[in-house]
Design a protein around this ligand. Sequence first.
Ligand SMILES: [Zn+2]
Length: 219
Amino acid sequence: MTDAHCHILRGEKRHFLCEPGESQIGANDVVFYGCHPWLWKEWEGTDSLRGRIASNPAAGVGEIGLDRLKDREIPEGMRDVFKAQLEIAAEFSRPVVLHGAKCWGEVVKAVSPYVGRIPAFLFHGFSRSGGLVPDIVKMNGFISVGPAVLNDHAVNYRRLVRSFPSEIILIESDATADNASEAPSIEEIARKTAEIRGEDFASFKASIDANATRFYFTA
Ligand SMILES: [Zn+2]
């Protein structure tokens, strides 16, 4: 299956890897380069990212975005770094993986001028903001459902996941070197997602693979 968002390889058929470091990329894997919003102060400037994107014709841009987990106010510098990276994605017409913890409305607002110039958007770790789903659909956005769906207490998240249109759902582990041993498999997350949506697993699986292909290849 496809792991729509991870930072390490985990033996899936295909991984969408954000800043994977030294990983040995498989033939089906796709790499995304970008400065995570938590690291905006370490942003090296546009030349470095533009160079990596220009020399890797198959690479996307991510994970980039805004974040309100650490501070209530989004720093201006974080917005500038996000915008500079969106410009590069638009210039090279590459798909983008988005981060928007506790500020998805702000992220949707920030990316809307790029709709059309950026071919597709993946809303990774998306939660709480069901009202934005129609906007996400309109911008050729996709939403990846993550390990939180396995938590029986995550009632609101499961309700949100039930509301997503089938044609925009992907599945992600968000596995990193640090959480590798506890991160659940894509199959486990996908089975639970299909179950709570009342969908047949085989057809759900086929649909998320087709969605992953559409996200990456609409460019
Ligand atoms: Zn991540």
